[in-house]
Design a protein around this ligand. Structure first.
Ligand code: TRH
Length: 383
């Protein structure tokens, strides 16, 4: 970026699970590695961060990881001088910056660019709210809302510059795939259809495993440790620790370690179908250019169904009705927690055409530009 914008402070509160820190970590790394910015990431939960990035030391208050300064965001924030404020301040998911920091922002000359990075939604209203400005009620500060999204009228989706090329190169390199699986201790995986499973505890996992077991297609279901513990443990008849596996009928369930983000990407690239959840794995599954079933993060008053259907409407817009129905049924059954067995045959039958679609979809998304690139461009414009 321009030398006037060399420093970024990104603030992240971990509300639940891994989505908040995952998105922030990706953005922080990308701003640092692709735009040579000085990035500091303030995080209130370093334990969750450590899970997706083992290089992060949870007991350390300040550390540098992949070029990013990682700072513990504790309740006692302390005083902040105006010259300690960065040129660009990113508040992730309306996490509310410390009052002392906001006051210092107001005192800084020139004032920083203040961005609120929003959650992802495919709903149409997002286009109207993207880049909207909001004046601070009492201080001379303006915050700008930056929305990820699926059209050119939004901020696009997070993706490193070469992500899609790397995914496709990996998928066309049988040796790289074999090496990945053998690193996981599963050399025979290439013979079978492969499915990865990342979901919330209420997903109908036992029903899915029953279908796969009865199906004529030999399948390996790869489950990161800690995911769907009850259903996976019941299938394995042992505790689902990394390395555990069992075969019944056409299905092998294989527990793999909970990986760091780059390895998890490879798992998505290597599988024929991915079950993903939340926000970040949902995005990565799209960049993997493979079919996926998404379990959305449940919201109060069932508000998540609107978001789920808004995504399905975009994702299936140009598909023939039979494939469209298979995809919609699969997403609905998985999120309703039932009837996945009724959808399974249609999913299996649709898989090869769905793979072509997944590829085209990823290409289409890449035309919107990636979120970091769009954000940098926007900051330059308003700054
Ligand atoms: O963990 P999540 O359920 O996070 C959710 C969502 O982001 C949701 O929108 C948000 O409101 C809520 O948190 C508070 O799912 P998500 O977003 O997919 O994040 C999981 C991250 O974990 C993602 O970056 C992929 C990563 N991951 C690994 O790094 N290794 C693994 O083995 C697995 C299974 C996941």
């Amino acid at each position: 970026m321009d030398r006037h914008f060399h420093s970024v402070h990104l603030f992240c509160r971990v509300v639940d699970n891994f989505g908040d820190i995952s998105v922030c970590w990706r953005l922080a790394r990308q701003l640092c590695s692709e735009y040579a910015l000085d990035v500091a990431l303030w995080v209130d939960d370093l334990e969750s961060f450590h899970k997706i990035c083992p290089d992060v030391e949870p007991r350390c208050d300040e550390q540098t990881v992949a070029g990013v300064i990682v700072k513990r965001w504790s309740d006692q924030f302390g005083m902040v001088a105006a010259d300690e404020v960065a040129n660009v301040v990113i508040e992730a998911f309306a996490c509310e910056l410390p009052a002392a920091y906001i006051n210092a922002m107001a005192a800084r000359k020139p004032q920083p660019v203040w961005i609120n990075l929003e959650y992802l939604s495919a709903e149409n209203w997002v286009e109207g709210c993207h880049t909207m400005a909001s004046r601070h009620p009492s201080l001379p500060l303006t915050k700008y809302f930056f929305f990820p999204g699926f059209s050119e009228k939004t901020g696009g989706l997070l993706a490193e510059r070469d992500l899609l090329q790397r995914a496709i190169a990996f998928q066309n390199d049988p040796q790289a795939i074999a090496a990945f699986f053998s690193e996981l201790g599963i050399p025979a995986a290439s013979q079978m259809q492969k499915i990865s499973l990342f979901c919330y505890e209420n997903a109908p996992v036992s029903a899915l495993l029953n279908c796969l077991q009865a199906s004529g297609t030999p399948t390996m279901c790869l489950v990161p440790e800690g995911v769907a513990k009850e259903a996976v443990g019941a299938f394995l008849q042992t505790s689902p620790h990394a390395g555990a596996s069992a075969t019944r009928g056409g299905l092998t369930v294989q527990v793999v370690p909970f990986m760091d983000q780059p390895q998890y990407d490879k798992l998505l690239w290597a599988c024929d179908l991915n079950f993903v959840r939340g926000e970040d794995s949902f995005i990565r599954a799209q960049w993997a250019a493979r079919p996926f079933v998404w379990q959305i993060y449940p919201q109060e008053e069932e508000a998540h169904w609107i978001k789920l259907n808004a995504f399905l409407a975009r994702y299936t817009e140009h598909l023939p009705s039979d494939i469209k129905m298979s995809i919609v049924d699969a997403f609905h059954a998985w999120n309703e927690g039932e009837n996945i067995d009724k959808s399974w045959q249609a999913i299996q039958a649709a898989l090869s055409k769905w793979t072509l679609h997944a590829n085209q979809w990823a290409q289409q998304l890449s035309k919107n530009g990636d979120l970091a690139a769009n954000l940098v461009q926007y900051i330059k414009k308003i700054g």
